[in-house]
Design a protein around this ligand. Structure first.
Ligand code: SF4
Ligand code: SF4
Length: 282
């Protein structure tokens, strides 16, 4: 197996220094925010149930497992809203959790396929699966041809390419002067997200909300990226992805194995176990 070539340390250092400067409050006031939510793409977390409890899962499927899932009616509502808003999505990615474990996944895909076929033929429908285990494989074989399957071929809970997710930037020194509205590449590349509690600037923010119980989901489809700013402000300060470039690669690899958890996350998981938050429904 070919080893991935690591970027030279000086490049990483410069990149991380530039990010650190860019997210500073004063610089953000001058230049605006670094990343913007892409409202032409969307990810739908149809379920948070997963058969692989990966370390550093950014939907907290390992630390805060749940069988919760979206209903068929919620998917119908999403399609209805999309048409009402004349929304022809560039791409809709279906994920979770492990989306194939949703008992109604075929019906959900049919609804989305109809949206594509009869309303928005250019929309790419992509299902992201961990490709783990015979049950997942048997469902993948049944999916319609119009759905692009991205199999991430996971084999165990150890994911060496993941980032330490449960480290809240607000728990680290050096993030006191940060403007968290800056977000990260995920909100720009993956776009909006929808789960059973509403719309978010990214799927990760939705996963954070379900653990912290902040009730941030928008119950109506956002029309402007600016509608997502309060959610970014609340979630990016808790999100390990915001720290990209903060750790040097060797340190990051060790941390990923240890699956560190900063005090804010420890408290949130304890609260989740003792008193699971209740959030409004989309
Ligand atoms: S397969 Fe994906 S959703 Fe499931 S635990 Fe791993 S990272 Fe999380
Ligand atoms: S919540 Fe996390 S993943 Fe989403 S934009 Fe903020 S830093 Fe990125």
């Amino acid at each position: 197996m070919a080893l991935r070539k690591e970027k030279p340390m000086t490049n990483l250092f410069i990149k991380s220094l530039l990010r650190k400067i860019r997210i500073n409050r004063i610089i953000t006031r001058l230049l605006g925010t670094q990343f913007h939510t892409n409202i032409n793409r969307i990810e739908i977390d149809v379920t948070w149930n997963c058969n692989l409890h990966c370390k550093n899962c950014d939907r907290s499927c390992r630390q805060a497992p749940t069988q919760e899932q979206m209903s068929i009616q919620q998917i119908q509502k999403f399609v209805f809203e999309s048409q009402q808003n004349h929304k022809k999505w560039e791409q809709i990615r279906i994920l979770g959790g492990e989306p194939t474990l949703h008992p109604d996944i075929l019906a959900i895909l049919k609804i989305l396929e109809n949206y594509k076929n009869f309303y928005s033929p250019e929309t790419k429908l992509i299902l992201i699966s961990n490709g783990y285990g015979p049950i997942v494989h048997s469902i993948l074989k049944k999916l319609p041809k119009s759905i692009v399957i991205k199999d991430t071929v996971k084999q165990s809970p150890d994911q060496s390419t993941f980032e330490p997710f449960n480290i809240a930037p607000i728990d680290l020194p050096g993030y006191q002067q940060t403007n968290f509205l800056n977000g990260c590449w995920i909100t720009t590349y993956c776009g909006l997200a929808l789960n059973r509690h509403g719309y978010y600037p990214c799927g990760v923010a939705g996963g954070i909300d379900r653990v912290f119980g902040l009730c941030l989901g928008k119950l109506q489809m956002p029309k402007e990226p600016s509608e997502m700013l309060p959610v970014l402000d609340a979630c990016c300060r808790l999100c390990g992805h915001f720290l990209r470039g903060y750790f040097i690669p060797k340190e990051k690899r060790e941390l990923v194995n240890q699956e560190p958890c900063s005090p804010t996350w420890k408290k949130a998981y304890q609260n989740f176990i003792s008193h699971k938050p209740e959030l409004p429904f989309f």
